[in-house]
Design a protein around this ligand. Sequence first.
Ligand SMILES: CC(C)(COP(=O)(O)OP(=O)(O)OC[C@H]1O[C@@H](n2cnc3c(N)ncnc32)[C@H](O)[C@@H]1OP(=O)(O)O)[C@@H](O)C(=O)NCCC(=O)NCCS
Length: 163
Amino acid sequence: MTNSDLSLRLARRADAAVLANMSRRLIEYGLQWKWTAKRVEASIRAANVNVLVARINDRIVGFAIMRYGDDDAHLDLLAVAPAYQRLGIARQLLRWLEKCALVAGIFKVELEVRANNDGARLFYERMGYRGLTHLPGYYQGTEAALRMSRDLSCNSGSSLRET
Ligand SMILES: CC(C)(COP(=O)(O)OP(=O)(O)OC[C@H]1O[C@@H](n2cnc3c(N)ncnc32)[C@H](O)[C@@H]1OP(=O)(O)O)[C@@H](O)C(=O)NCCC(=O)NCCS
């Protein structure tokens, strides 16, 4: 994959079913499916949410959803299809959404990740996120989460340029 093969763009409503299925398969496995197509579509339509899609040759290979509040932003979902992992796609998705936060004057991003998802935790740590709180039973009362956060005002210049 070269950089010119990959394109990032905001999702369209027609993408909702594909993104919801990716969430069920890659993120919500073993849990009750919460991010249904209807919910993803509501995010695509919401004014304070960016649903960003990564495509290669017109195929959706990854996506991320970030909600922007008054003081901070929250990363709701992020996934890259297994065949396209470790190519820097999640890094590009996340940096794009972080730049939007900065433009809006938001300097803090928070997220929750399944506590046993070591790969994702290591990814977020590499991206500058730090673990804050262990949240037992966060997912449907059965599974723990780790809440992580990044202060975008710290070294934002260098790390946001690396994409
Ligand atoms: C976590 C996830 C989004 C990472 O996507 P990705 O496109 O493979 O990540 P990148 O290629 O941008 O990784 C950037 C860096 O993060 C780190 N990293 C990423 N995945 C990692 C893993 N599984 N183990 C250790 N480090 C990892 C590496 O340092 C990597 O750089 P390198 O490949 O040069 O060593 C992807 O593995 C995924 O979709 N997992 C399933 C869904 C999920 O867990 N989502 C997150 C919770 S919502």
